[in-house]
Structure formats: C-alpha cells, structure tokens
Design a protein around this ligand. Sequence first.
Ligand code: NAP
Length: 661
Amino acid sequence: MADMDAESVGYTEAVMDEEEPLFSNLDIFLFSLVVGLGHDTLVVHPLHYAFCFCSYFHQGKNIIVFYGSQTGTAEEFANRLSKDAQRYGMKGMAADPEEYDMGELSRLSEISNSLAIFCMATYGEGDPTDNAQDFYDWLQENDDEDLSGLNYTVFALGNKTYEHYNAMGKYVDKRLEEMGAKRIFDLGLGDDDGNLEEDFVSWREQFWPAVCEHFGVEALGDDSSIRQYELQEHTDINMNKVYTGEIGRLKSFENQKPPFDSKNPFLAPVTVNRKLNKAGERHLMHLELDITGSKIRYESGDHVAVFPTNDSTLVNKLGQVLGVDLDVVISLNNLDEESNKKHPFPCPTTYRTALTHYLDITNPPRTNVLYELAQYASDPKDQENMRKMASSSPEGKSLYQSWVLDACRNILAILEDMPSLRPPIDHLCELLPRLQARYYSIASSSKVHPNSIHICAVVVEYKTKTGRANKGVATNWLKNKLVTDNGHKSSVPMYIRKSQFRLPFKPTNPVIMIGPGTGIAPFMGFIQERGWLKQQGKEVGETVMYFGCRHKNEDYLYQEELEEAEGSGVLTQLHVAFSRDQEHKVYVQHLIKQNKENIWKLVHTDSAHIYVCGDARNMAKDVQTAFYEIAEEFGGMTRTQATEYVKKLMTKGRYSQDVWS
Ligand code: NAP
C-alpha cells in the first residue's frame, strides 16, 4: 500500500541497552504478566496470568485503553484517553493487546469502577490490525467466555471509502456485548475520509461525562499542563549509549541480527533507483532493495514497510524557530514509573535524532497537541484560538479544519505563523506522534528476485494554501536514496508485511489485474511470477492486465516490461487507458466495459480472479461499478443481485483489492 501511514512501533524498555537496569521490580512483575500471545519465546507460568490485570489495577488505575493500531492513530487516541482519565480523577493506561493476555479480560470485573476502552482500527479489507489479530481470534473462538460485569466502550477508526467500514470496531463492540460485558457508552465511529479527529473529539466529549455519571465521580479542574514525561539532560554521557535513529535495540543498525520485523528492521542497500516516467512534472520511481543475507522472505502481493527520516531542513528550521541546540542529549522519562512504556521514543537521544527519526513533524498536529501547547502562546488571542480549535464547538471545529487541515499546516508552519507560540522543545517532543513506517506494495516476485524487493512510487509534493511546498516524507526521502551517496551505499530500514493479495493457488486460473498509475506495482510481481511458472513448464491461465496513465509518452510505467510480457505470451491481454491523450477521459473501467463480453466469460465461466490496486476513493469504486454493470447485462441480474454477486466473489477471494486513499 503505497505511502500509507503504518503501524507505530511501541517502544518499551525491553529493547534498551543491556547494561542499563531493564526493569524496576514492579516492572519485572508486570512484565511476567504482560506476555504477547504470539510471542512464543516467552514462556510464562499460567498462574501469573491470574494477576495480570488485577496487579495493574492495584496500582490505583481503573481505566485501561486497548488499541488495535496499524498507523499509530488508534494508539494516539488511546494515549489521549488514558491521559484524560487523570483530568477526571481516575488513572488510566494505554495498552497493546498483543502484550497482554486478553483471556484475562473477565477479571477486570473483579475491580470496582473499572473500565476497558477499546480504540480499534480496521485495516485493509475489514481486517484487524496486526497487533489485534490474536485478540480478534480469541473473540471469535471463545463462545463460552463470560464477560459479565466488565464495563467497556469502543471507539472505532476506519475509512468510509473502504467496503468494510469500521468492521473491527463494530465487531469488538458487538462481540463483547454477546459475551455479557456491559457497554457503558455507545460505539464511536471515526471516519478518516471525513474528519477522524473531529469524530473522536465529539465522541470523547460526550463519553467522559457519561463515565463520570456511571461511576458517580466528578471531573477535576481542567489542568492543561499534565506532563507524562520529565526531561533529563545528559551532560556527560558516553555517546555509544545514545540512540541515533535505531527503531529497536541500541546499535541494531550496526550490528544486524535476524529475524527482521517491525521492531527490528533490516537495513537494505538500495541497488537501483531510477525515474520511471519519460516526461511530465512528476517523479515516478522504481527502487530495488537488496535483502541478501537477511533471511527475509516475501511473496508477490506483500507489502514492504520502510522507516523514513524527516527532511533535515525542516528539523533545522524547528531548532531555529525554537532557539534550541538540537544536539543536546536528553531522555524523556515517564513520570508514571509503573508504566511499561518508559520513554515516548528511544532514549537517551538528541533532539535532532528525535525530530529526524522518531517524531512526525509533517502531518498537521491533532487538536490535543494544540490544546496542550496553547499555554505557551504569549499572545492571549493565539492562546484562545488554539484552545478553540481543540474544542468541539462548531466555530472551533471549523477553525481547526480551515486553519490547520485545509491549509496543511504542520508544526513548523504553525510556529512560523504564530510567533507568540514558543513551547519548550521537550514538551513538544512529548506531544508529537511517532513517525510511522510507510507501506508499499512490492513490485517484484520472490520467485524471480529472491534477494531483491522492488518498489514503485510517486514522489509526493504539493503547494499548500499558505504557499508552502509540502513534501511527502517517505517518497522524497526515497527519491534521494541514491545507489551510492559519496561512495557510501544508501540503505533503507525495512521489513515485510504479509498480505492477502495473492495469485490463485492454481496457475491455470485466469487473472484479471486492474492497476492504473502506481497501482501497477503488485502486478509487476504477479506478471513476473506467471512468467516464471510458464518457464517451469506449468500451464498458466489467461493473464489480463488493465493499466491506465495520463499520456502514452509520459507516464506509461514499465512500458517495455509490459510489452515484452505481452510479446512472450505471459500477458495474454494488455489494455492501456491513456486518460489525457484525447479530448475525453479514457479510464481502465472504460476499457473493461468495452471488453465486457470477454470479461464476463473469464469471470463467470472460467473462474478468473480479479485484482484491483490503486486509488480507493474513485477508481476502485468505478471499477467495481463496471463489474456490476457487466453482471447485470450478461448475468441478467438486478443491481442488488449484481452487488451480491461481486460481494460473493470477494468473500471467495476472487475479487481482491489493494487500495489506498
Ligand atoms: P495517477 O497517475 O494520478 O493516475 C493514474 C491514471 O488513473 C490516470 O490516467 C488518471 O487519469 C486515472 N484516473 C483518475 N481517476 C480515475 C478513476 N476514477 N477511475 C479510473 N482511473 C482514473 O496515479 P498515481 O499518481 O499512481 O496515483 C494513483 C492514486 O493513488 C492517486 O489518487 C494518488 O493520490 C493515490 N496515491 C496514494 C498514495 C497514498 O499512499 N495514499 C500513494 C500513491 C498514490 P486523470 O488523472 O487524467 O484523471
């Protein structure tokens, strides 16, 4: 999934330098309890589980906020809710379900006034996020579980452009009720296609009074300066102990050890970085990452996640505007000593490293950041506006929408345009969300390229309403990853994310691939794989490609490769829609409609598998409509029946989408 936000990598003390004391006594106790269901390396006596949540609640906390997070947003919301709890005189903690034995959920009911909040994101085709997969399986498999007495509420994060809108949040909400738990506040639905932040803020504003009423507690005074971390400056520190951008273990980039995953990325050398388009203002690129010796395996259709770094110009400007020395070595230490998240990002480190590798400085800040920073604006008008933007008043919401979101103001633009706002950098670093890995659909087949992973992406750059040139973090960083940079090999921290986007098990099944623009990416892998199968002497079914671009002479990506595949018979049909080479638009779905009879035969008679990759908002929907129309015409169906027909293909895994919005 190209340039999508990705899962945050929760940083815990477990990956700290070995010479530091890893855990406090209480941590050791808790750590023995908080075991990932999927971490088979940790063996814990079952008795310990019994204490899991109870010990946590004995610390005086009564609210636990679980998050199912893929892009880090659900985790951010969970952190905000657990912090909110303090404002209401309660104590909360955000928790990754992967690190807890969720089988102990029922025990929460033994603690008075306890509440479990679930911030659940839906990923891909209605799937749980990676860290919620085990919890999801547990919910599905345990029909006899009795959760009566458990108080809960769910906030769902999703996107209406996708077929299975908020499927995961809805499922958790329904399933917990079925298991006897008590919903104390209605399911919240957040739509990232609209305004997720606004949905969350509105839901939260009604949620807390309901909680207070339920537990008979009253909100404390509104304290805007609750700090979660305290600053420690290191004046005399061995620089070998200082993190320089590692995601997990200290020095893990110098001393690489498999297995490689989201918490331990592999530093893959870039062996190819070329421009794909022949003309035009955009920069579309093809990169190859060398994974030799890494033991990393992938399949066509998987995603590669890369950890980008922020533009040094932006980082320097932040340092200048705040008037700070970015090379000071610091740690931000959690004030809650019992929390198993000791720091917001790997510490000790420098402000420069934090702003370069660990913090998101390019997305428009969320309203809680504005709210907490407001106190540092010396101009009362600025203070008022910032608080207003964080409120759920219609005026505040519309100001946030226009001044921050529509104007694409990142934190630097806000500081530049609000000269009275000068927060201490450590508080800013505490508040900014983590910089996320980005996912790209892999554009190669491991059968042909076992040691190399190909990426196809377009460099994101646009002008904002304030006249600033905003640049996509990852694509601009990738563009500058030259094969040799001053004699050094460029490399990219990466890992693989498995997907469901797979070629049919039987090579004889026909495939219809639809991928305009950079949506071609996974199909380059599929085409390579079908070619390889043919070479192995396998019988391979029809392989049909629908590609679309603006101009034949400009952005016909992989033209040579596609035409060669057509020439050699690997592609049995190649259809290309050039949208801007004539007066009227020609899109992939128009060509599909032109070939409707053949399409219907392939799908209905020959059991073809359909694959769609690219833009979710318009293209994927329009293509789906084209299939409805074909089913209506040739299958003699009504629209409702045609919709059902396509839905059935989807559940059977014969209509797969890898789409982004
Ligand atoms: P692109 O070059 O912008 O578009 C490819 C072709 O698709 C063009 O010929 C375009 O035509 C056509 N097209 C436009 N609307 C269509 C529709 N409703 N149905 C069928 N075809 C349509 O492609 P791209 O730059 O690779 O980007 C593809 C999409 O993915 C864009 O929406 C882009 O914003 C998005 N994208 C998202 C990410 C992400 O991570 N979120 C990353 C990369 C791309 P015209 O332009 O002439 O109308």
